[in-house]
Design a protein around this ligand. Structure first.
Ligand SMILES: Nc1ncnc2c1ncn2[C@@H]1O[C@H](COP(=O)(O)OP(=O)(O)O)[C@@H](O)[C@H]1O
Ligand SMILES: [Mg+2]
Length: 253
């Protein structure tokens, strides 16, 4: 009989790690960066940032345990409501709130999974996009999950990735992102920058987006070479998006 062994619900959506949910807790693969990420998550809680998983510790298999953030995490194909201006501005504001709350994080003896980027003015989430955001039944943004690739960096690094995923700033033929036209993209990028604040401009965000996408392509190529064959096709996608964005900087800024 194995019925007394709790069987977790396998959560799908991400393509990075196996995630298992037991009631109000989530168990995920851990690594050398986990103590630093848990320090970050505790710090965000201490600063009163809502909707962030709370770090509970490690399980007997060495996986990290964090609290489950209730709500809906949208996945591809994204539902239409993800593309509303309300979601765009809420995401921009929440990213600024999170960044501000990391300003006084104790970064001594920290070990991050992802490389840091200069100037390391805040701690970046590094994957702040709809598929890591939690929403309630009214589609209000309630939470942000999947923190294990966070690392120090400039505010614009995270905002550029969010803009790529949510304005969006991809080649119009990208199958995962809508082709809403250049004029709407220019308008939404300005709206996102305004929601985020801190003087970040559309031109700066779009320009960093090009670098960000090239780094994504290189990172993904290394993962594919290391055996993650299911991500191999994303390399060309990121490069195509980077080239499209580089060619449209003037039109977007
Ligand atoms: N703390 C959490 N609260 C709620 N849902 C979660 C949480 N962690 C993971 N999930 C769910 O599991 C899925 C995959 O987890 P995620 O942490 O995003 O891992 P990956 O690195 O694979 O993207 C998410 O899309 C979400 O649906
Ligand atoms: Mg994820």
């Amino acid at each position: 009989m194995t019925d007394d062994i709790p069987r977790g619900e396998h959560l799908t959506g991400g393509n990075m790690s196996r995630v298992v949910r037991f009631a109000d807790r989530v168990h995920r693969a851990a690594g050398a960066w986990t103590p630093t990420v848990h320090r970050l998550l505790r710090h965000l809680h201490d600063r009163g940032v809502p909707g962030v998983p709370y770090p509970v510790g490690l399980d007997a298999d060495g996986r990290e345990i964090v609290t489950y953030v209730p709500g809906t995490v949208p996945q591809d194909p994204m539902p239409d409501w993800v593309w509303t201006d309300a979601v765009l501005t809420a995401a921009g504001r929440r990213l600024a709130t999170l960044h501000d709350a990391t300003l006084d994080l104790d970064r001594h003896d920290s070990h991050w999974q992802s490389p840091s980027h200069q100037p390391a003015e805040v701690v970046c989430h590094n994957d702040f996009a709809p598929y890591n955001l939690v929403f309630d039944d009214d589609h209000a943004l309630t939470g942000v999950i999947d923190w294990d690739t966070a690392s120090p960096g400039p505010r614009v690094w995270d905002l550029a990735y969010l803009a790529y995923r949510l304005v969006p700033l991809a080649h119009p033929a990208n199958p995962d992102l809508p082709d809403n036209g250049l004029a709407d993209r220019r308008r939404r990028l300005a709206l996102l920058c305004h929601a985020y604040g801190h003087g970040l401009t559309p031109g700066a965000v779009a320009a960093v987006g090009v670098d960000r996408l090239h780094e994504m392509a290189e990172f993904t190529a290394r993962r594919a070479a290391a055996g993650a064959v299911h991500v191999a096709g994303h390399v060309r996608l990121y490069r195509t998006d980077a080239e499209w964005l580089a060619a449209h900087l003037a039109a977007l800024g």
